[in-house]
Design a protein around this ligand. Sequence first.
Ligand SMILES: *[C@@H]1O[C@H](CO)[C@@H](O)[C@H](O)[C@H]1NC(C)=O
Ligand SMILES: *[C@@H]1O[C@H](CO)[C@@H](O)[C@H](O)[C@H]1NC(C)=O
Ligand SMILES: *[C@@H]1O[C@H](CO)[C@@H](O)[C@H](O)[C@H]1NC(C)=O
Ligand SMILES: *[C@@H]1O[C@H](CO)[C@@H](O)[C@H](O)[C@H]1NC(C)=O
Ligand SMILES: *[C@@H]1O[C@H](CO)[C@@H](O)[C@H](O)[C@H]1NC(C)=O
Ligand SMILES: CC(=O)N[C@H]1CO[C@H](CO)[C@@H](O)[C@@H]1O
Length: 819
Amino acid sequence: MISLRLILCCLLVSSSYATIVSHDGRAITIDGHRRVLLSGSIHYPRSTPEMWPDLIKKGKEGGLDAIETYVFWNAHEPTRRQYDFSGKLDLIRFLKTIKDEGLYGVLRIGPYACAEWNYGGFPVWLHNIPGMVFRTTNKAFMDEMQNFTTMIVDMVKREKLFASQGGPIILAQIENEYGNVMGPYGEAGKTYIKWSANMAQALDVGVPWIMCQQNDAPQPMLNTCNGFYCDNFKPNNPNTPKMWTENWTGWFKQWGGKNPHRTTEDVAYSVAKFFQRGGTFNNYYMYHGGTNFDRTAGGPYITTSYDYDAPLDEYGNLNQPKYGHLKKLHDVLHSMEITLTYGNISTIDFGKSASATIYTTEEGSSCFFGNGNEISDATISFKGKSYVIPAWSVTILPDCKTEAYNTAKITTQTSMMVKKPNEAEDEPPTLKWSWRPENMNDFLLKGKGESTTTQLFDQKVVSNDQSDYLWYMTTVKFRKRDPVLGKNVTLRINSTAHVLYAFVNGKHIGNQHAENGKFHFVFEKDAKFKSGRNVISLLSITVGLQNYGAFFESAPVGITGPISIIGRNSDETIVKDLSAHKWSYKTGLNGFENQLFRTESPSKWSIESVPLNRSMTWYKATFKAPFGNDPVVVDLLGLGKGTAWVNGNNIGRYWPAFISSGDGCSVKCNYKGAYHSEKCLTGCGEPTQRWYHVPRSFLKAEGDNTLVLFEEMGGNPSLVNFQTTRVGSVCANVYEKNVIELSCDKKPISAIKFASFGNPDGSCGSFEKGTCEGNKNTVDILTQECVGKEKCSIDVSTEKFGASDCSGAARRLAVEAIC
Ligand SMILES: *[C@@H]1O[C@H](CO)[C@@H](O)[C@H](O)[C@H]1NC(C)=O
Ligand SMILES: *[C@@H]1O[C@H](CO)[C@@H](O)[C@H](O)[C@H]1NC(C)=O
Ligand SMILES: *[C@@H]1O[C@H](CO)[C@@H](O)[C@H](O)[C@H]1NC(C)=O
Ligand SMILES: *[C@@H]1O[C@H](CO)[C@@H](O)[C@H](O)[C@H]1NC(C)=O
Ligand SMILES: *[C@@H]1O[C@H](CO)[C@@H](O)[C@H](O)[C@H]1NC(C)=O
Ligand SMILES: CC(=O)N[C@H]1CO[C@H](CO)[C@@H](O)[C@@H]1O
């Protein structure tokens, strides 16, 4: 088996030979051999080309066979027939990086991506083609979808990147999770899916196509499962293997929301259970989530960080123990590849959600013992031996005798990440700011835009999503004795803007933003009107366009009205509807148009009386890059909402002023029981996102770097500072007869802060000694073995740490080492 894997790897690397990828009812086959395939999602635009080799290498070292990505149509074709494949969008370079690491690729062309990506990956110009309806039998849509899909396939073929050409790509995907939303499309939806399948098949890529969450996927499309658990999934054809294309390793984050975590034990459990139940292909969504740079976050309201609690964190660091615990699972599953894919399968049901699955070939058997009970451990007996299976776990025994892995028993270290201040030479403790106002006079005082209509238009239609910002402006004339003027007057706006600013005659009367999850609100504020001409200027702001749901493309956004002036007194209420007035529009803000974020911007900036809490303000400062290679973040605490750039690179929207609600967080997270996105939250009552990733490749190691902020709501930049993130300490808490490796990620271990062998209490950062302890000096032993080294491997045994009387209970070693 080892030799088989070796041959496959070398064929891939030498790349001159075609690989035949096919499948049967059991597994994907590569050159005729059934395979256990573990894959992980890494979306290329959510990191930088400089980060790709390291991320993919870590994926390989983590036991992955393949890297999976979507293709992001709106990023590549921002304007119809004008393409961008540069920098982070260099799809071919990403695929070649996968190939260079000797991994396979899974190419989900879609071209619908969902993915919490702006507008699900669709270009807004597509929506603005007359008569357009997405994802159904709409001729204009089908033509554009075919055009883009064909172009991507042709590009990939030209570079010989499909396995059939000797390249890394073993699977391709058309459409995406359509089955979840198909109902409302009726018969047309069914026709559309058949058309998509035929269109893809005709592109002749030489590898199988998959359609996820699509029970009616026509042959030869492979239908696959997405979800938190997929063990119950059954493919729609006996000749389709059981494949899981999105196993959610965590969950995404939204402005105003909290920080979701999915426990390592539960991710491992879901994967082991899937393989126990006959699965042979699993893809982690995400393996590395990364960052929504620029305006790529979808939603609405998806944050700039797309960390996803994935095995590799946003910056590319190992998220331990998740990374290591899954790596061990992958190693065990790979060691059983032949049995899992060729063995006969039998199951024993022990009741109370406990079961055994036995895979048997002529050479021997492999076993999974599963316990789906959320509370009780199960004791099962198998071939005269008894085994305890902890609640909500799966034990894997590659020889059906010895436990090689249990999903709930973590023997991988936990890494605690810390942030360090910027220690670059001559870097003052606080940044020195200059500033300038956003110039809005034309819009506030004159109400003059670029186009006019006598109707309120959806923001997408007017702006083509060229900017988050769209001005809606109109003028209102009042006679001297107009009855409205003598009354208490308000301006009322029914809004589907995500954020709205309202000005009357240049005066800011108020602003409001949508609550998370509710994107319609009514704004009503006092306003002063005068006789004669009045200018009403409304700034509508989007925070990522919707990316999911049936017909999501037509979800309204912007100021769709009605808008009225309301005059009230004790006698009467007068409502003056402005919706059908002459409205003038202007997309974008001046400062963006004039590229104030560019380092070499010639505009005047002032260092005098830098304002605090001033809305619509630009700030600029220079800083030195932190030493070393540790990932860099900028702490934007104190600011309101806006956009940040480093050396002209847009690092995304920021909104640290958006504080999540104070309830719903759990101090302790119980991995037992089904995971959902409201489980195991942290960060209650804190900014949803405070730290923003600044990739090293955006920075100059020597000389000055420039940070520019556009602050929309008003904030205080004086606290802003750059930090690096790295492993601060590592912990382990393992039972005897295990081996634990401690590693500070290529930095030496500096001290052992805590160590006890017996029944210690607490968790990483707060361990305490228990009531029993080994009779040797645990701290001394570990200091000798680990301090000064980049990693050390420790045999957890009584021989090493001394016997202790723990009243017969199994002994554990708890250790915390400082990096
Ligand atoms: C896409 O459409 C353009 C015309 O708009 C055409 O020139 C081009 O050949 C088409 N590409 C493909 C791959 O069909
Ligand atoms: C697997 O099952 C088939 C069909 O029942 C049987 O012929 C074969 O001998 C079995 N193989 C093993 C190794 O048990
Ligand atoms: C506008 O908001 C008001 C107040 O909530 C509501 O009664 C009305 O139905 C809304 N109109 C539209 C068209 O949404
Ligand atoms: C406006 O409202 C204020 C406070 O509710 C009230 O005192 C005042 O009389 C009102 N003015 C008119 C003209 O109705
Ligand atoms: C900032 O200004 C707004 C409106 O002018 C005010 O409501 C708010 O309290 C101010 N915040 C701080 C921190 O000064
Ligand atoms: C296929 C599957 O398991 N889908 C589930 C994924 O998770 C969401 C959110 O918890 C569920 O609503 C889906 O049913």
